[in-house]
Design a protein. Structure first.
Length: 97
């Protein structure tokens, strides 16, 4: 299933992680693990944030995927998402029911 992970990083914890190199290492490990189809980094609600879209085979993968981010006091949300083609297919199925 395709999901989007959104993480907001605590400013003080992220600053320390940048200085120590821990944040870049954690993000690289996360990217290497999930191999996202897209990844974006920026500010949201005034804090450093990231958005990753990737596939998961099983929800039991999520604790290990998010583990590294919690050291930066990240607020994390993960939810299912779909492409425009997927949405068209879903809406088409609704119309025919």
């Amino acid at each position: 299933m395709r999901v989007m992970l959104r993480a907001h990083f605590d400013t003080a914890a992220a600053n320390e992680g940048i200085k120590s190199g821990a944040l870049p290492q954690a993000l690289k490990k996360l990217m290497d693990t999930v191999k996202p189809e897209s990844a974006y980094f920026g500010l949201q609600e005034g804090v450093r944030s990231c958005w990753l879209v990737f596939d998961v085979q099983d929800s039991t993968q999520m604790p290990s995927v998010t583990w590294e981010l919690f050291q930066f006091n990240a607020e994390i949300e993960v939810g299912p998402v779909m492409t425009a083609e997927g949405m068209a297919k879903a809406l088409g199925a609704l119309q025919s029911s």
